[in-house]
Design a binder for this molecule. Structure first.
Ligand SMILES: NC(=O)c1ccc[n+]([C@@H]2O[C@H](COP(=O)([O-])OP(=O)(O)OC[C@H]3O[C@@H](n4cnc5c(N)ncnc54)[C@H](O)[C@@H]3O)[C@@H](O)[C@H]2O)c1
Length: 347
């Protein structure tokens, strides 16, 4: 089997997880990761015994790494000559600049949610529009919230057809370890409609969407409430049936002990998941209610890990590794071990 060669540019919150995700895909090879400074993530990589080769954006910085004893395999340009596709997880806006280098070396690239949509040929989601990404040069992933939101709306859309959704996003203000946003103890509201609703309409133009976003001073996950109006009335049982079949949606309940975002983060740590990550979004069974012809529900978005599976799907699409979203997402799910709980518990 010829493996697709992948590089990760920007070894931060998302980049570390992308690297781990690629490493688990048996039909891909992680050639290396790229960063520009001996950050804590790079130091942790070194302390773990350098499971991944490290390349530098700027070789003038190499003496800083030499002084710490951190081995450097080469430059970004060296890496680009060895890979088929790059996963750009540099801070928002930097990816657009990096794209000039990817262009020069003829390497495909997948950008994360912090870049403008115009950076890529296709705004991509592994379930909702996989085929649009097939063999394309540049893809851009949806943001963490939009990735999880679309999983659930696409799930109902495929099962029953969806005309309209209205969403409320209760958004974590920073990642664990971030200090630059200050220690706020307040709620902050954004101008409506939220970008996630607009993004959903870009990927799923047949669904009308709008919504409101409120920032909260927490770090372990966002919660989104969704009101979805179907082409037919969707009952709670119909919605549950579709959600339960979706590999990347974990249906949980308050009675089990999943009281909120913190319970899910702790559960992921108890499972021994690296960094307390979860690839799945959680959907509270107890949150599903019918209102008139619409259905309402709440989902938890583990923001640091949720886009990793859809990015693996993106590699599969732009490299033409599988021709359908169904085949591609199934491969990604298999290699990431997604959906283990479905075969573990009896119900
Ligand atoms: N943090 C999240 O929860 C989250 C969720 C989904 C999507 N995203 C998106 O993922 C992308 C990365 O975000 P993040 O949170 O991982 O950022 P981060 O700040 O944690 O990591 C970025 C890394 O890129 C490195 N870097 C800086 N300039 C670089 C350059 N020119 N070339 C290569 N590397 C460079 C930094 O040193 C850092 O290690 C953004 O587009 C963001 O919007 C973030």
């Amino acid at each position: 089997m010829t493996k697709t060669k992948v590089g990760v540019v920007g070894y931060g919150t998302i980049g570390q997880r992308l690297a781990d995700g690629v490493f688990l895909q048996k039909d891909m090879e992680l050639v290396g990761v790229v960063d520009l400074a001996p950050t804590l993530a790079v130091r942790a990589l070194f302390e773990k015994g350098m499971p991944y080769d490290l390349y530098l954006v700027d070789m003038d910085k190499k003496p800083e790494f030499d002084a710490l004893g951190i081995p450097v395999k080469g430059s970004l340009v060296d890496l680009l000559q060895k890979v088929d596709v790059v996963l750009d997880s540099a801070p928002g806006g930097i990816g657009a600049k990096n794209k000039e280098i990817y262009d020069k070396y003829g390497v495909k690239a997948i950008f994360q949610g912090g870049e403008k949509n115009s950076v890529a040929d296709v705004f991509f989601h592994g379930y909702a529009n996989y085929e649009k990404g097939l063999n394309k040069r540049y893809l851009k992933l949806t943001s963490c919230n939009t990735t999880g939101l679309i999983r659930s709306v696409d799930c109902l859309d495929r099962a029953y057809g969806i005309d309209r959704v209205a969403i409320t996003i209760i958004r974590r203000v920073a990642d664990p370890g971030d200090y630059h946003r200050g220690l706020t103890n307040a709620l902050q509201i954004d101008k409506a409609p939220s970008h996630q609703a607009l993004d959903l309409m870009t990927i799923m133009p047949h669904v009308e969407a709008t919504g409101i976003l409120v920032h909260t001073p927490i770090t372990h996950g966002h919660i989104i409430t969704v009101v979805a109006t179907g082409k037919q009335k969707i009952t709670k049982e119909m919605a549950l049936d579709a959600f339960r079949k979706h590999p990347r949606i974990r249906v949980v309940s308050i009675d089990e002990g999943f009281k909120g975002n913190a319970s899910l983060f702790k559960y992921a740590r108890d499972l021994g998941n690296p960094r307390g990550d979860m690839y799945e979004i959680a959907l509270w069974e107890d949150s599903i209610v019918e209102t008139g012809d619409s259905i309402m529900y709440a989902i938890n978005i583990p923001q640091e890990a949720v886009t990793i599976p859809e990015t693996m799907d993106g590699i599969r699409a732009c490299m033409g590794m599988q021709q359908t979203g169904a085949e591609a997402t199934a491969k990604t799910n298999e290699y990431l071990g997604i959906g283990k709980w479905k075969t573990c518990f009896k119900n």
